[in-house]
Ligand binder design. Structure first.
Ligand SMILES: [Mn+2]
Length: 287
């Protein structure tokens, strides 16, 4: 049936873009994984909700930076992940991200819970630094009897010898704190430090990341619950919009972002819209 005037809706791709894979600079990978979430699951619904929200964004032009979100973005189909099978899921995510890298494109991952970052990062060479914006440290040795889940994955990455910086942490257990202090390849910029002297922290980020190739992971709970309430573990006193934009601008200005993800959103009719906006902001910075 060929009645194109009846199909008014844009395709279900990020921003409704119809860019072909060959012409794309970025590949959006919707990864609906929430198998290890212990409290409030639903992160598996986020990729679709964020993409749907992106279809209704008022403008992709920023009057301050005069930048536009690039249109060379291809949106991949959602992948099938076996529920409860973390290792197999990580293997599939690594394979998928590896394919995007092989094609010379930048993967833009929409999670899913935070364990997704573990599989994605594994696709990159080891010297890529891992930069995480997160309210939580995710450095537990074990959680609910498992070694690999959303509360432990960052410790596994540190143990693998990857250089890690966590920014905006405001919830950490004593056990994690001790581990963090004893790890040479891990740096944490706590939210209280950013509260005390924001500019000095931006300088520290710059110093640590200057000239590096980085994989960036944004756990949406790094934002304040007032603008990101659809997350599973709410932590008060998160970043406001201007602060997260400044942190992202600093990271972009000093390092090369070779891939990134946005994880831990639970769609609630509100948070997914802010998430779509933040992806647009970051993509417009990258150009
Ligand atoms: Mn978190």
């Amino acid at each position: 049936m060929e009645l194109p005037y009846l199909y008014l809706k844009p395709p279900r791709t990020f921003l409704g873009l119809e860019c072909k894979l060959e012409a794309a600079k970025y590949v959006v990978l919707p990864i609906p994984f929430d198998s290890t979430e212990s409290y409030k699951p639903g992160q598996m619904n986020a990729p679709r909700a964020i993409i749907d929200a992106s279809l209704h964004i008022d403008s992709i032009f920023d009057p301050k930076t005069k930048k536009k979100v690039p249109t060379a973005i291809y949106t991949s189909k959602e992948i099938e992940l076996p529920r409860g099978e973390v290792d197999e899921s990580m293997k599939r995510i690594k394979e998928l991200v590896g394919e995007v890298i092989r094609l010379g494109k930048i993967p833009v991952i929409i999670g899913g819970e935070h364990t997704v970052s573990f599989g994605a990062l594994a696709a990159f060479e080891k010297r890529v630094k891992f930069v995480v914006l997160d309210a939580h440290a995710d450095l537990r040795d074990e959680f609910e009897g498992s070694k690999l889940n959303y509360a432990t994955f960052c410790r596994r990455i540190v143990e693998n010898g990857v250089e890690v910086i966590e920014i905006g942490v405001r919830s950490i257990s004593e056990e994690e704190y001790v581990f963090a202090n004893s790890s040479k390849n891990l740096k944490i910029l706590y939210k209280w430090e950013l509260d005390e002297d924001f500019d000095k922290c931006l300088e520290k980020i710059e110093k640590f990341l200057k000239g590096e190739r980085i994989y960036l992971s944004i756990d949406f709970d790094v934002l304040d619950p007032s603008i990101a309430r659809g997350v599973s573990h709410l932590e008060p006193n998160g970043f406001n919009w201007i602060q997260i934009c400044e942190v992202l601008t600093t990271i972009h200005s000093c390092a090369q972002i070779v891939g990134f993800d946005l994880v831990e959103v639970i769609p609630d009719g509100f948070t997914e819209e802010i998430a779509a906006k933040l992806l647009c902001y970051l993509l417009s910075l990258l150009g």
